[in-house]
Design a binder for this molecule. Structure first.
Ligand SMILES: NC(=O)c1ccc[n+]([C@@H]2O[C@H](COP(=O)([O-])OP(=O)(O)OC[C@H]3O[C@@H](n4cnc5c(N)ncnc54)[C@H](OP(=O)(O)O)[C@@H]3O)[C@@H](O)[C@H]2O)c1
Length: 336
């Protein structure tokens, strides 16, 4: 399995990373089996977050990696909390325990420090390999957040600093605040079907030297090979090309989609959420696959301009317009 160093940090990860956010089958037993299968197949990097099932994912990763901590890399996150009133609300939702929680963006230094301390405790370790700011916090200066992460790094509590879902400008500010210490990684949504990050953020990663970690690389299963129930013609055609390319290369469609991503400039790793142990093993196999230039080009052509149905911009725009109309109607009613 290929490995890569994250932006001059000294932290080396496998290029296929196990995504420890709960998938459709939320049972803990299944999550454990998936993680074991990935580790046995040679994956050593695990991406988790305090947010994933509100601490459950980190605890599970801690339990399953106990006794082999030196053989794995734990990538976790800071900046989203559900225990206070500070910060903008990101969403409200239940964990697998059914309890509703309100999640807020909070990357203030004291919150980030608390996040790191709590993650260390849940994961049962004394150092985190990579700590990523989960989402930008518009109310906290990025320099304050990075300053605290640098202090935590000096204290030996984390090895490398990354960000997630940041804009290009926010990445620049983060790197500026880190000074001599290089930003290690930028985790963002990137797949054959979601390529908005490619131009600006890819060029920025080349300029600053950090690695891109691609999340939801299989579009939550859409690129895993199964026929979608309802999909526009261009998407069906693109998925048919993915299956045909995979068959020609004697690999699975998921492996073809992951190998395509791993061949993109500055992509350090793909973070895959396996739903079964078989899927975990299959995804791990992508870490050793290099597609031929002709196959990469065929996939590029097939997916150019095609969007996942649930994320299509026109769809989003239509929904936003409908919402605006509803608000407008209500407002007119109130004014009358
Ligand atoms: N930073 C962030 O804001 C953020 C956001 C989202 C996710 N993430 C990270 O990214 C990870 C992955 O994200 P994700 O679960 O949303 O997306 P994903 O990896 O694109 O999709 C996971 C789904 O793909 C299918 N799959 C996985 N391996 C397969 C294989 N070998 N063959 C066929 N199908 C396969 C399964 O779907 P079926 O069950 O339908 O077969 C699985 O549930 C998360 O665990 C998390 O660590 C980060």
């Amino acid at each position: 399995m290929d490995r890569i160093e994250l932006g001059g940090s000294g932290v080396s990860i496998t290029r296929v990373v196990f995504g420890a956010m709960a998938t459709r089958d939320n049972s803990r037993e299944r999550q454990r089996e998936n993680l074991h299968a990935a580790l046995e197949a040679g994956v050593t990097a695990i991406d988790t977050a305090p947010l994933y099932d509100f601490g459950v994912s980190e605890r599970l990763v801690g339990e399953e990696t106990a006794g082999r901590r030196d053989a794995v890399q734990i990538l976790t996150k800071v900046g989203l909390r559900w225990d206070g009133n500070h910060g903008r609300v990101l969403f409200r939702g239940p964990g697998t325990d059914g309890v509703m929680r309100t999640v807020r963006c909070d990357s203030r230094p004291l919150a980030v420090r608390r996040d790191v301390e709590e993650s260390l405790a849940r994961l049962g370790t004394d150092v985190l390999d990579l700590v990523q700011v989960h989402r930008p916090d518009e109310d906290t200066p990025i320099a304050d957040t990075m300053g605290e992460l640098l202090r935590l790094r000096q204290e030996g509590k984390l090895r490398a600093i990354g960000v997630s879902n940041y804009s290009a400008e926010q990445v620049r500010l983060a790197q500026h605040a880190l000074g001599e210490v290089r930003l290690a990684s930028h985790q963002l949504h990137y797949s054959l079907l979601e390529r908005s990050a490619e131009r600006e953020l890819g060029a920025l990663a080349a300029q600053l030297g950090h690695r891109i970690l691609a999340y939801s690389p299989l579009e939550r299963g859409l690129l895993g090979g199964r026929e979608p129930e309802r999909a526009p013609r261009d998407l069906r055609d693109a998925l048919a090309t993915l299956r045909a390319t995979a068959a020609r290369c004697d690999i699975s469609p998921a492996q073809a989609a992951l190998a395509w991503l791993l061949a993109q400039p500055r992509v350090g790793g793909v973070i895959v959420g396996a739903g079964t142990p078989e899927q975990a093993r299959d995804a791990a196999g992508a870490g050793a696959i290099a597609l031929e230039p002709a196959d990469l080009a065929a996939l590029d052509r097939a997916f150019a301009g095609v969007r996942a149905p649930h994320r299509s911009r026109p769809g989003l725009a239509r929904r936003a317009l409908r919402k605006l109309r509803r608000v407008g109607t209500r407002a007119r009613g109130l004014l009358r």
